[in-house]
Each structure stands twice: as C-alpha cells, then as structure tokens.
Design a protein around this ligand. Structure first.
Ligand code: FE
Ligand code: CA
Length: 537
C-alpha cells in the first residue's frame, strides 16, 4: 500500500483515501492541520472488534465537546492488540440518534504513542443541545455516545442536573452505581478521581477493609502499575466494564484525577514511600500519560512529561460557573502522622499550599469576575474540617491528606468565597468513601456558614459498607456541628440546580459485592441561594 501524502494536499489526500478504501465524503479538510504521518496503516488488520473500551465525551464548550475512544481489539494485551503503526478513525456527530443528518464528521489519527486513543475536539455545533456521536474503523462501528454542548454564556438557564462520582476500586465491587448514573437525566458527570487504583487487595475470596470483611467482587489482572504499559493495562481492565461504559456514553464528563491514578496519597513530586522525587516523576509521567489516553480530555490537558494542566472552568449560561480543581499536583507534601491526627501549628503554616499559587490566583480571579447565580467548586478531597474517629481505635483527629492538612489554604479559600461570591458557592468532592454533607465554616472565628459541601461516597471503594449507624458516623455527627449527614454506602450524589434552590440527592446502593444492587435515595438535601448551609429538602 502506498504511503499517505506527506504534505497537506487535498486532492492527493482524497485520492489516497479512496485507494485506501477510506470514506472521504464530507471530510472536513479545513480541520486537518498538516498531513498524516508517513507510516499510517491505511488497511489495519484488526484482530477483533476494536471498540472494546467504549466511547466517551467530555469538557463541553458552547460549540462542541471532546469525543474519545481507543482502538483496542485485544484490550488486555500490550498495545491493545494493535500493530505499532498509526491508524485513521472516522467520527460522526449528529443531532439525531439514527445519524440521518450529520452535524460534523471527520477523520482522526490514532497513534501507537498514545495507545491508539482518539481525542477529537468537535466544534461548530449549536449551543445547549444534545448530540450523538460514534466512530468507525475497518468496517466496525462503535457504540453511540450522547453528549451536550454548553448554553451561551448569558443565556437564561433555569435548571442544571449533574452527578458527582468517583473512587471505583475494581476489586471492591461492581460498578452498579455507574449503570444507575447512566439512566439519570444529567447534563454532565463530575468524576473526582480514583478512576483506577494502583493497589491490589490481599485475600482470595474475601477482602478486609478497616476491620470488616467482604466477599471479593473482582480481581486486578496485574501487579501494581509502574510503567506506562502497566497503567494502560489497568485502565483497559476497568474500562471493559459495561456499566462504566454506559455512564460515559450517556453524558459528557468533567474528569479529574486524585491520588490512586498514580500512587496512594502522592503530593506533587513526593510519593508515599519516599522515592527520590526525580525518580517518582517518571512514574507520575507514565501514570499521567495513561490517564490522558483513557479520558475525554482536550489537547490542553495532554501531559508534558510529569506535568498536566487539569484545572479548568465551565460556564452553564447565567446559572452556574463551575471550576474543576487539581488538589494533587501542586500541593505541599502531607504532614506525616496517623490517619486521623491532631492539629499542630505546622498544619496552618501559610507556606503550605493545596492548589499552588498559580491555580489559586486563577480560581480567585475567576470568582471575582463571576456573575452567575451559582458557583460550583468541583475538587477531590474533603473541604469540611471535621474531627473524625479512627474506625479501629476510636481516637478523634483530622485527616491531613484533606484540606484539614492545609489549613491556611483553606482559610484563604473560604475568606475569598465569602468576599467574592457570598452565599452562592457549593463545593463537591469525594475521596472519603462515605457520603458527607455539611456546612463550610472557618476553623476559627464566628462560625459563620460560608458555603456548603456535598462529598460523594464511592462507586465501589469500601465494598458494601456499614450503613449510616456506625461508631464513626455517630462520633462524626456528635463532634462536628457543621456536618449534617454521613453514610457508609456506595453510590453517588445527584445535584439538581435551580435558580433559587440547589437540591442534592445522596444515592446509595445496598450492596456492590454482588451485581445488580438496589438503588435508593438515602437523603434529599438542599441549599438555598443566599443562605449557605445544608438543609433537609
Ligand atoms: Fe478513593
Ligand atoms: Ca483518593
């Protein structure tokens, strides 16, 4: 087979694509920058159906969104069963589920350097509309995904619905919660991280978590990941899950990573084992690349070695400005200590940072300028400053991996929210593997309620859990006036934002160690605009 034209030349490209049997009709050539690489395989021999990891969309804009897939006919094998050559993938976007009329289409490069992943930044679409998308290669057609463009920045928007979810340890449980999220009428899904876990649980038929034993749901297929191929294999395993694929196909995601995408409790260039930072950064670079390869992220988030731009903003008409933060990559190292530790002067050292100077300035400036009804701060770790009881010993203390370990950063953030956006900020987070909902107050001072937090439990991490009447939950509620609800079950938070009231349903699954757990709403809570604080709905 001849090589594709090296230089960009419409006529030669069309002729080459025709020879190669590629559908060139309607190819938006204006969108192609330069030429395909010389080694593109025009007739890839795929060992099997290649869309085994599903489709996804994310980072919506007024005129489009990112659509993602990965060509992986044998997803558990190195390179997904692909030869080490780039291939071309066709994509289509339509307002109709049957794709009768196409709103956009094109050809995208899937490179072996990026695990044959495809990230298309679709533009030119109409605002505030649902769209359908799919991919084709070598006679195969992907599943159809559904996405949505953003409303115009100043368009009146009366209602916005989204799910908050994350923490999906593959071995702890089935992804039943994702199947239920896929059926929710949401505009987007915020993923707060722990998309994979690098850790493997010990034990054969049962696993023991914080003193409780649960039936093992599933098993990772490889040791702890270190290299790029290791991390790819872990994403490929999890992304074969039909429930997770259904959620990605149902709505655009705003994704963010937390610690387990790299290593438990990593902070900036420091891992949990004391690896030399310049060495750990190689692992971080491998982990970031695999994360990018498997997420519907824009080119601006493509990693540059161990660095990756992950904080970003989204505006939903005149209703809501959303800010997705990165609380791992730019933070100071954790203060060493027990899981729940006492507060020492060091914890409030102003030199310690959770966001880093640049991200903090970006957020504060954006909040200064914000003129929407609500502001959403979507991040990874608990912002409430809660005295919690160790589940094993009962000792009260603060988790210093969360904002409690970065108290000066927390004080600055809450002060700024109170000045810039009084009464209209709601924060969402995760990581704790329990539902927590409550008020955000300064750790010292008047106790004025500044904002509200809904911390979503986990999709599966923590297995079935212990319910809402535990020593931990009783102590948490008794010691923390700001805390309004806590529950140790798996699930997600469903937010329904109106112009005056923000509703949040705390959804729980009765068990995840067997498939088909039952969904229920454990609590229905609300925040009234102008009156921060979580109240019963
Ligand atoms: Fe987690
Ligand atoms: Ca975490």
């Amino acid at each position: 087979m001849s090589r594709p034209p090296r230089e960009f030349d419409r006529r030669r490209l069309m002729a080459w694509m025709a020879r190669a049997g590629l559908a060139a009709g309607g190819l938006p050539l204006a969108g192609i920058a330069g030429a395909w690489p010389r080694n593109v395989d025009p007739n890839p021999k795929l060992a099997d159906y290649p869309f085994t990891l599903g489709v996804a969309s994310g980072d919506p804009a007024v005129d489009g969104f990112v659509i993602w897939t990965r060509i992986a006919p044998r997803p558990n094998e190195p390179h997904g069963g692909m030869a080490p050559a780039p291939v071309l993938v066709q994509w289509e976007v339509s307002e109709a589920e049957n794709f009768a009329v196409l709103a956009a289409q094109g050809t995208a490069l899937a490179s072996p350097e990026l695990a044959h992943s495809v990230h298309v930044e679709v533009g030119g679409l109409r605002p505030d509309r649902p769209y359908f998308y799919r991919f084709r290669i070598a006679g195969h057609v992907s599943a159809t995904g559904r996405s949505r463009s953003l409303p115009l920045p100043h368009a009146r928007l009366d209602r916005l619905r989204f799910a908050v979810a994350g923490c999906q340890h593959y071995e702890h449980g089935f992804y039943t919660a994702w199947r239920h999220i896929a059926a929710e009428p949401v505009d987007f899904i915020f993923h707060y991280g722990d998309y994979i876990y690098e850790t493997n649980e010990k034990g054969d038929d049962t696993i023991t978590l914080q003193g409780n034993s649960y039936p093992r749901a599933r098993r990772h297929n490889a040791p702890e990941p270190i290299s790029l191929d290791d991390y790819r294999r872990r994403y490929a395993l999890g992304k074969q899950d039909a429930d997770l694929q259904a959620a990605h196909a149902a709505a655009p995601f705003w994704v963010s990573f937390d610690d387990h995408e790299v290593d438990n409790d990593w902070a900036d260039a420091v891992d949990q084992d004391g690896t030399p930072p310049e060495v750990f950064l190689y692992r971080r670079a491998a982990a970031f690349q695999a994360y990018y390869e498997h997420m519907p992220l824009r080119r601006q988030s493509m990693p540059d070695g161990p660095r990756m731009a992950m904080h970003r903003a989204a505006r939903y008409g005149d209703l809501l400005n959303g800010f997705v933060l990165d609380t791992r990559q730019h933070r100071s190292d954790q203060i060493p200590g027990p899981y729940y530790a006492p507060i020492t002067p060091e914890v409030a050292d102003p030199r310690r940072t959770m966001l880093g100077a640049e991200q903090e300035a970006w957020l504060f400036n954006a909040l200064n300028r914000s003129d929407t009804r609500w502001n959403l701060i979507a991040q990874q770790v608990m912002l409430m400053h809660l005295s919690l009881a160790d589940k094993a010993t009962g000792t009260q203390g603060y988790n210093l991996d969360r904002w409690s370990g970065y108290l000066h950063s927390r004080r600055r953030l809450l002060d700024h929210i109170d000045r810039a956006c009084p009464g209209n900020v709601v924060t969402v987070s995760g990581d704790a593997h329990l539902h927590y909902a409550g008020d955000l107050v300064q750790d010292q001072g008047s106790g004025k309620i500044i904002a509200s937090e809904f911390l979503a439990t986990s999709i599966s991490s923590g297995a079935d859990g212990q319910g809402d009447d535990t020593m931990h939950s009783r102590h948490a509620l008794a010691h923390n006036q700001a805390l309004k609800a806590v529950c140790d079950r798996r699930g997600y938070v469903l937010c329904d934002v109106g112009r005056e009231v923000w509703h949040a349903d705390l959804k729980v699954i009765d068990r995840v160690t067997r498939p088909d757990g039952a969904l229920s709403t454990w609590r229905r809570l609300a925040v009234e605009r102008g009156h921060p604080g979580v109240v019963p709905a």
